[in-house]
Design a binder for this molecule. Structure first.
Ligand SMILES: [Zn+2]
Length: 430
C-alpha cells in the first residue's frame, strides 16, 4: 500500500510553518519551509488502544499502515522506594528497556526502540531503499535490531564513532542489510551527523531524519500515551534528559493529542522538565537566557572539550531541534516547562540511588533525568501530591547481558573525518 492511500486512511502530515498537507510526499521530513517541523494529525482524536502487547497498541496514533513485528513497548509502573525517598506520593516510572519481571522487552535497552519500528515501517511504505542513521549508540542499536529481527528488505547505513564501537551490540546476529561506517577517534557525535549528511547526497540513500521525522516522534510519544493509559490520566510533570530534544517534543505532542481527546487531561499540559549533562548543556543555557536561538559562542563554547567530559555522551548533540517551529523551545513555552543542568557526579549519584531503590540498572541519560527530579524536589518545584512521570529512557543492559548472548556490529569502513574522501565508501555501499 502506498503512502497516499495510507495517509487518507488514518492520518495526515501537516507543516507547522505553512500548514501545507504533505501527506502524499512519501518519506517527507520537511515541506520546504526552512524552519518548521512537520506534525501528524490523526483522524481519530479519541485514542483507541488495542489489546496488543507491543507499542502497536497505539497504532491509531502512529503514522504507518502496517505493523512491523516488535515485542517492545514502554512500561509504566508506580514507584515505591524512590518515591518514598523523594517524599512523592504519585511518582510513576516510564521504564524503557529490558526488565522481564515488569514485562519490559526493549532488548536494545533504550527508548530509541520505540522510534525504529514505525520509522522503518514508514520508510518501507514510502519505498525507501536505504536509510542512513547517524548515532553514537542507542539509535544505531535500535534500528539495527529492528532490521535484524524482521523480514524487511530495507538496507541500513549506520554512521558511528570508532570510540563508541563497544556500544554497537545486538541481542541477535546483525542483519546482512546493515553497513557500519565509523569515524576515527577524535571525532564526536556531531561529526557523525555531518558525515551522515554528506552520505545522503549519494544516490539511493535517505536520511532517517531524527527529530524531523514524525514516525520517530510519534513512536516516542507512546511513552506519554502508555503512561496516561496506565495512570488513568496524564501526569502533571514529565522528566527527561535531552540531546536532540526529540523525546521532549514527542512528549509534548502526545500531550496535545491527549488534551484534544479530553479523557486524560483537563487542566494544563504536563510540565516538561528537560535536562542536560554539564559541562555540555546548550539548550539549558539558551532557555535560561530566554533565547529561542542557540548561540554557539555563548551556549556551547569549547563544545568538543565539553562533550568529551560528559557522562551521558548520547546527550551531546550540537544541533538539537530547539529553535525550529514546533521544537523544544515551543514545547517548553507551551507547557510552562523548565530546564536543568546536571553534573556528572549528580548523575552518577542518582544512578546508584535509583538502582539501589528500584532494583534495575539505568543508562547515564536516565540518571541525568533522575538527578533533575532530585533537583526539582529539593528546590520545592513539585507538590507532594502531584502526579510525576520520570522517563527512564534506557535501562536493564546489565540484566540483558546476564540473560542473553550479545553480538557486535563490525565496522565495514573507518574514515578519518566527516570531510574524508567517499570513493572507498561508495564501493562498500554498491
Ligand atoms: Zn511549510
Amino acid at each position: 500500500m502506498d503512502i497516499n492511500s495510507s495517509a487518507s486512511n488514518h492520518y495526515k502530515i501537516i507543516c507547522l510553518g505553512c500548514h501545507a498537507d504533505v501527506s502524499g510526499a512519501g518519506y517527507a521530513l520537511r515541506c520546504g519551509c526552512d524552519h518548521a517541523l512537520l506534525r501528524t494529525v490523526y483522524r481519530d482524536s479519541r485514542l483507541a488502544v488495542t489489546a496488543e502487547d507491543s507499542m502497536w497498541r497505539f497504532a491509531a496514533w502512529l503514522p504507518t499502515v502496517d505493523k512491523l513485528p516488535t515485542r517492545g513497548r514502554s512500561v509504566t509502573y508506580k514507584s515505591e522506594a524512590f518515591a518514598r525517598e523523594l517524599g512523592l506520593s504519585d511518582l510513576f516510572i516510564s521504564f524503557n528497556g529490558y526488565w522481564p519481571e515488569r514485562n519490559a522487552f526493549l532488548e536494545t535497552c533504550s527508548f530509541k526502540e520505540l522510534e525504529s519500528p514505525p520509522t522503518v515501517q514508514r520508510a518501507v511504505e514510502s519505498k525507501v531503499k536505504t536509510l542512513v542513521v547517524s548515532s553514537v549508540g542507542n539509535t544505531a542499536r535500535a534500528f539495527a535490531h529492528t532490521v535484524s529481527t524482521t523480514s524487511t528488505d530495507l538496507k541500513l547505513v549506520l554512521v558511528g564513532l570508532e570510540s563508541a564501537i563497544g556500544k554497537l551490540w545486538l541481542p541477535e546476529p546483525p542483519s546482512e542489510n546493515i553497513t557500519l561506517v565509523v569515524l576515527q577517534r577524535g571525532n564526536d557525535y556531531s561529526d557523525a551527523i555531518a558525515l551522515g549528511d554528506r552520505l545522503v547526497a549519494l544516490p539511493g540513500l535517505t536520511p532517517e531524519g531524527g527529530a524531523m521525522n514524525v514516525a520517530r516522534r510519534d513512536g516516542m510519544g507512546t511513552v506519554m500515551l502508555e503512561a496516561a493509559v496506565a495512570i488513568g490520566r496524564a501526569p502533571d510533570h514529565y522528566f527527561q534528559a535531552v540531546g536532540s530534544g526529540t523525546g521532549g517534543i514527542a512528549a509534548w505532542e502526545a500531550s496535545l493529542r491527549l488534551k484534544h481527546d479530553g479523557r486524560f487531561l483537563e487542566g494544563p499540559l504536563p510540565k516538561l522538565h528537560l535536562s542536560q549533562n554539564l559541562p555540555f548543556a546548550p539548550m539549558v543555557s539558551a532557555w535560561n537566557a530566554c533565547r529561542r536561538t542557540i548561540d554557539p559562542s555563548i551556549d556551547m563554547p569549547d563544545a568538543k572539550k565539553s562533550i568529551a567530559k560528559i557522562h551521558a555522551d548520547v546527550l551531546s548533540n550540537r544541533n538539537p531541534a530547539y529553535s525550529v517551529k514546533g521544537g523544544v523551545f515551543d514545547a517548553l513555552k507551551s507547557t510552562n516547562g523548565q530546564m536543568y543542568a546536571v553534573s556528572n557526579s549528580e548523575a552518577r549519584r542518582a544512578a546508584r540511588f535509583f538502582e539501589d531503590l528500584e532494583g534495575i540498572d539505568i543508562v547515564p541519560a536516565a540518571a541525568v533525568a533522575a538527578a533533575s527530579l532530585i533537583q526539582a524536589v529539593a528546590h520545592g518545584g513539585i507538590d507532594d501530591s502531584d502526579v510525576v512521570l520520570l522517563n527512564v529512557t534506557g535501562g536493564g543492559a546489565q540484566k540483558l547481558k546476564e540473560d542473553k548472548s550479545c553480538y557486535q556490529i563490525k565496522p565495514d569502513i573507518c574514515l578519518a573525518s566527516p570531510e574524508a574522501d567517499l570513493s572507498e565508501l561508495r564501493e562498500v555501499l554498491i
